[in-house]
Design a protein around this ligand. Structure first.
Ligand code: ARG
Ligand code: ZN
Length: 874
């Protein structure tokens, strides 16, 4: 909270720190009503700094008890203290500073710094949480060796953890004192501390050089039967990083702790990852396949950070995508290797097209390397993470698998132990491959989604195809007249028999044969393909080879052909989605009819036992409302909803027997296994069920049976969702009530139950969501509950959120203002749907804007919420 207007911080103002910090020694004394933190910091002046440079430390919400400089107590004239910092005017070139503060973790509802979650203490220091623990140079380019002593009641907190290795453990007078030492230098954002009454599940891993590593997952006792899968995923991640990147783990112990109250998914603290319990705990009865896959991906993500983030870290927070974009790319490749690469690509493109493209065309649009921010927490975005990963993926396509590996080897070798920039990353890839990536770097600097316009012309006499590609990137806040980007366009030319034709293209240097990529680097280029005896069908942007929009007129027949025959699974899906968007458009205009050829094609896909069922499930899945919205010039949520419903119903009826047959073929009574093939089969089976319930009583009956008989949450939840969305209200209500009865004791399952209701058109009305907020299961202090109810409502239950009288917007506005005081990070994030007001039909857009205004006029806004509303109202 503040009085003056928060100021933006700019990348161009970056200056190296005046003082380095060689050693950090911390003593925590945990008590029920407060915690005392004593620090002993060994500083050394940076040779580049002036001799009289003052020492600047960050600090927020701390009660300062004392400061000693080289053993001498300082008094108030020796330093300046304000809301956010402590400045010591005069310090020698080398000195030891000892600072004592008092904090109140139990009152910390922002969940940054040291806080209580249930009966335990834990920390979240990224990005700037450490300054809520003690006064400190809280910036990632200040790296230090940490020694941490934790004192606490021995009985109440038998588990006391911090980074590195445990080096001492004593108990005296009922107080336990444990000391941890982390030999690796690290910035404060990677510090972690945990104290609690936890159980541990343990395993071992032998690294490629033969070292033995102890793996531990700490959980509250009731969750001890939910740790197996994360441990398994951890071991697979460790092996994968050795095999694919040559990266070995570097401590003797690797710990994961699950906590219930957590703002984000998880955190890669050195040797001591802390996880939102929803991103690590699973057993078959309580977690869906989707949750299993999310856990696998996040465990891998945090583990991979040990190299891409911890060993090599960020110089400043403008470089956040250096670690996040790269690490998301790494975890995406891991997931692709564990399951289906095509399906993973479809999922990622879906997120890009719905969430990231929306961000990139809205008021919060920012480059992958932003040039300014007010509150860094607002920049943990799909642009930094997912678009950042896409940009790394393009580098992978451009350099090829081996060239990319040479580049990352050089990057890790050159920068191990350093805090570096995105430029350093690209430079290493460039130096290892002797290519010029100057032009490519525009991807990091320019916001917005480029549009590639395509024109093709076949010349039968010359047996040539002329392909003209034009690119332009729309203006975004603070950026106009953008320069052309280097866009790798993976493509194929398909003959009438469905086979790929050989590509001979001029200019030849625009084509990379190994990756089948055409390099578009100018605002307009024409490429000539020769030796084509027939006019080929074009398959463009295969594998979603660049995060761009493609504007290319292809006939319904062409799209249907691609859906059936493209050798690139991603483009089969993409062609199907483009076709379905047309159906939905036609349904809006009251003239949708499923053509016989289309029906046959879908029916054949459902019956095709050679294809990966997980891919078929995506091929048959209609684009979500959010996806349709993003492909609409002006967003009309009601029209989108009813048109999509019509098409869904038409498919359900036309393909009723195909869905039933597909369901019966795949339904299995074998015990649940969280294995890729079984997951894939369940995804198609449950997709079939979701349609089947819409066409027949038999389908409904089967869904009810599946709900009752399932031995696993995937099938139980899928049946529940199918019934909730079937329109059979009475039955759905009965099952929702039954589900609560069965699962009220398990908060992670209850979260799913809340989200199913709040995110549905039927059960997510404003009144029902208000009731959920009053339900005993709800808790404003728990971010997972807030996301399950309010997040699901505003992002998925679009017809209700955008209700014409503005009641949906009011509901969200009130929630944002409430959370603004207790948890600003979550408040700002919840606000996102309102920031899209300019894309909505004007009647709705104006009401949304008025709500943003109301928030802006509210008295004391956090930096987080202030930044989002003020930028959205420009
Ligand atoms: N670095 C974490 C990750 O792996 C995210 C932590 C973000 N925390 C925050 N308070 N913004 O993605
Ligand atoms: Zn990360």
């Amino acid at each position: 909270m503040r009085d003056a207007q928060p100021q933006a911080i700019h990348l161009q103002d970056y200056r190296a720190p005046d003082y380095w910090l060689d050693a950090t020694e911390l003593e925590f004394d945990l008590h029920e009503d407060h915690t005392r933190v004593d620090s002993r910091l060994t500083f050394r002046r940076n040779s580049a700094a002036a001799a009289d440079a003052p020492l600047l430390l960050n600090g927020q919400g701390l009660e300062l008890l004392s400061i000693h400089l080289n053993g001498t107590l300082l008094d108030a004239q020796d330093y300046q203290l304000d809301e956010e910092s402590l400045t010591i005017t005069t310090v020698p070139a080398e000195f030891v500073l000892e600072v004592s503060v008092r904090i109140d973790p139990a009152a910390n509802t922002a969940l940054e710094g040291l806080y209580r979650s249930g009966g335990m203490y834990c920390t979240q220091c990224e990005a700037e949480g450490f300054r809520r623990i003690t006064y400190y140079p809280d910036r990632p380019d200040v790296m230090s060796v940490f020694t941490t002593h934790i004192n606490a009641d021995a009985e109440q907190y038998p588990v006391l953890l911090s980074n590195g290795n445990k080096v001492a453990d004593t108990t005296e007078g009922g107080r336990r004192r444990v000391t941890w030492h982390d030999p690796h230098k690290k910035p404060a954002y990677l510090f972690a501390l945990v104290a609690g009454d936890l159980l541990v599940k343990e395993d071992q891993f032998t690294t490629m050089s033969g070292r033995n590593v102890t793996l531990q997952i700490f959980v509250e006792p009731r969750n001890i039967d939910k740790t197996e899968y994360a441990l398994d995923a951890l071991k697979r991640s460790m092996r994968w990083d050795e095999e694919v990147y040559g990266r070995e783990y570097d401590l003797d112990i690797f710990m994961i702790v699950a906590v219930d109250d957590f703002n984000m998914g998880a955190m890669e603290n050195k040797g001591l990852n802390i996880f939102n319990s929803s991103c690590v705990l699973a057993n078959p009865a309580t977690a869906t396949d989707t949750a299993y896959q999310r856990i696998e991906a996040i465990v891998a993500h945090e583990y991979f950070h040990n190299w891409s983030g911890n060993r090599v870290t960020c110089r400043d927070w403008f470089q956040l995508s250096l670690k996040e974009g790269f690490t998301v790319f790494r975890d995406a490749c891991f997931s692709a290797d564990m399951h289906s690469a095509t399906v993973k690509r479809i999922e990622d493109a879906n997120i890009m097209r719905t969430v990231q493209f929306a961000e990139d065309s809205g008021p919060m649009a920012h480059p992958v390397q932003p040039d300014s921010f007010i509150e860094i927490s607002n920049f943990y975005t799909v642009t930094i993470y997912e678009k950042g990963a896409e940009v790394v993926g393009m580098l992978h396509k451009i350099l090829g698998k081996e060239g990319f590996r040479k580049g990352t080897d050089l990057y890790f070798e050159r920068h191990d132990g350093q805090a570096v920039t995105i430029h350093d990353f690209v430079q290493a890839l460039q130096d290892a491959n002797k290519v010029d990536l100057t032009l490519f770097k525009r991807w990091y600097k320019q916001a917005g989604t480029p549009v590639v316009q395509v024109e093709s012309h076949y010349d039968a006499t010359a047996q040539q195809l002329h392909l003209t590609l034009r690119q332009h990137c729309p203006d975004t806040p603070g950026q106009s007249n953008k320069l052309p980007m280097w866009i790798p366009v993976q493509l194929g030319l398909i003959g009438s028999n469905g086979d790929d034709l050989p590509v001979q293209v001029s200019p030849a240097n625009a084509w990379t044969e190994a990756s089948q990529v055409l390099h578009l680097t100018e605002s307009e280029q024409t490429f000539v393909f020769s030796g084509l005896a027939e006019e080929p069908r074009l398959s463009l942007l295969r594998d979603f080879s660049a995060p761009v929009k493609v504007d290319f007129e292809q006939s319904d027949e062409d799209l249907l052909f691609l859906l059936q025959h493209d050798s690139d699974g991603f483009n089969r899906w993409d062609a199907g989605q483009r076709l379905m968007l047309r159906w939905i458009d036609r349904a809006r205009a009251g003239r949708f009819r499923l053509a016989a050829a289309e029906q046959q094609a879908l029916s054949a896909l459902l019956a095709d036992t050679q294809l990966d069922p997980a891919m078929v499930a995506y091929l048959l899945n209609l684009p979500s409302e959010a996806y349709i919205a993003e492909f609409s010039a002006v967003i009309d949520p009601l029209a989108i909803h009813s048109a999509r419903r019509q098409v869904q119903q038409a498919l359900a009826v036309a393909l009723a027997s195909d869905f039933a047959a597909c369901y019966q073929r795949l339904h299995s009574t074998a015990p649940y296994q969280p294995q890729p093939a079984a997951m894939a089969a369940r995804s198609l089976k449950n997709l079939a069920l979701s349609y089947w319930v819409k066409s027949s009583a038999e389908g409904m009956e089967q869904a009810r049976r599946q709900y009752q008989q399932a031995d696993n949450m995937t099938d139980q939840m899928a049946a529940l969702v199918a019934l909730v969305n079937s329109g059979e209200r009475v039955q759905a209500e009965a099952l929702l009530a039954d589900f609560w009865q069965r699962w009220q004791h398990d908060p992670l399952v209850v979260n799913q139950w809340l989200a199913v209701q709040a995110g549905s058109a039927e059960f997510g009305t404003v009144e029902q969501v208000q009731a959920l907020l009053q339900h005993e299961a709800f808790d404003w202090r728990n971010p997972n509950k807030v996301r399950s109810v309010l997040g699901a409502f505003a992002n998925q239950s679009l017809v209700n959120f955008h209700r014409a009288d503005g009641a949906g917007y009011d509901l969200l506005t009130d929630a944002v203002l409430k959370l603004n005081d207790s948890n600003p990070q979550i408040a700002a994030r919840l606000l996102t749907p309102l920031t899209r007001w300019q894309r909505l039909v004007p009647a709705a857009g104006q009401v949304m804007k008025a709500r943003l205004q109301r928030i802006k006029e509210h008295g004391s806004l956090s930096k987080d919420v202030y930044e989002v509303v003020s930028k959205s109202l420009i």
